[in-house]
Design a protein around this ligand. Structure first.
Ligand SMILES: C[S@@+](CC[C@H](N)C(=O)[O-])C[C@H]1O[C@@H](n2cnc3c(N)ncnc32)[C@H](O)[C@@H]1O
Length: 298
């Protein structure tokens, strides 16, 4: 399903303004999705601005090839991870780009397809790989990791306060039979926490699912690598804009912008969506945008 929301890029006005888009500019969209932001960048850098879009999900790549078909002269698609930005740019013989955008998180294309195993709403194989070239699925982690390793994932990536208890229940349950589906995992998490402590606003397994997705796709490692390597492919004065949906990701971006001398922070506080945007595009609700500029080496 091509979700309508995916065509509506998050924080569009802020992205246009803060990337300082200009005709003739060369931009990298590290998380192409269906090309919402990429199209916006092309429109606002016309007539001759160019975009290179990275996307590592084969299904999204196939969809984006269609969505972006009209832009072929100014757009290039790379089926790969933004974490490999330096290698991809080297292979394409690209240097000194004018801007980098990354819009993190899952797409509705991924969430809405039960067979991808991201959602506890339908029972499906416990997969969660955004790129099917990744070796380990969520089921592999749940069935193979030690109890303490699982607890650390739930606590560190999901901020799940019941992490140890849930890990204990999972390890006991898998002695009986391997945990193979999203439904089985969600049911064990629900059983492990007494009903009176189930959260009211979110599903009891939300944080565990989020944590496993981050672990399977090594999302934080990818982000750290991107933030480290992006300045190597950026021109001095070029900007990097990162949209996060998770407080831990936001912290990684904030720290990297402050601590890496290649960056000058442009947004002391993250930019947030307006109430109007939150109303019209629910995906934007927890979005935060931080922007930095590449400075000349001293
Ligand atoms: C929230 S969506 C992007 C939506 C896009 N900005 C738009 O407006 O259509 C995030 C996308 O990033 C992709 N993605 C996640 N991690 C990635 C990575 N390390 N490298 C490349 N793409 C990645 C996901 O597969 C997903 O399609």
């Amino acid at each position: 399903m091509v979700g309508e929301l995916l065509h509506v890029p998050v924080l569009p006005d802020e992205v246009i303004k803060w990337l300082k888009l200009k005709p003739g500019g060369l931009y990298i969209d590290g998380t192409l999705g269906l090309g919402g932001h990429a199209s916006l960048i092309l429109e606002n850098s016309s007539p001759d601005g160019r975009v290179i879009g990275f996307e590592w999900d084969a299904e999204a790549v196939a969809q984006a090839e269609q969505t972006m078909a009209g832009h072929r002269a100014r757009f290039q698609l790379v089926h790969g991870s933004y974490a490999e930005i330096a290698d991809h740019c080297r292979a394409l013989d690209v240097a000194g780009v004018d801007g980098v955008l990354v819009d993190l998180g899952v797409s509705s294309l991924q969430l809405d397809r039960p067979e991808r195993g991201f959602s506890f709403r339908q029972d499906a194989p416990l997969d969660m790989r955004m790129d099917d070239r990744l070796k380990l699925t969520a089921a592999d982690l749940v069935n193979r990791l030690k109890k303490d390793e699982l607890a650390d994932i739930f606590y560190n990536y999901g901020e799940e306060r019941q992490a140890r208890r849930i890990a204990r229940f999972l390890v006991e349950a898998r002695l009986e039979a391997p945990i193979r589906t999203t439904g089985e995992l969600a049911a064990i998490v629900a059983r492990s926490i007494p009903a009176k402590f189930h959260p009211k606003k979110i599903h009891v397994a939300t944080k565990v699912f989020q944590a496993l997705r981050i672990a399977v796709n090594r999302e934080f490692d990818n982000l750290v690598k991107l933030l480290n390597d992006a300045p190597d492919v950026m021109a001095v004065g070029a900007r990097i804009a990162i949209i996060t949906f998770h407080s831990l990701e936001d912290r990684i971006v904030k720290q990297a912008f402050i601590n890496n001398p290649a960056y000058r922070v442009l947004t002391k506080k993250p930019l947030l969506p307006t109430d109007e945007e939150k109303g019209s595009n629910p995906r934007s609700r927890s979005a935060k945008l931080r922007v930095a500029e590449k400075v000349a080496p001293s």
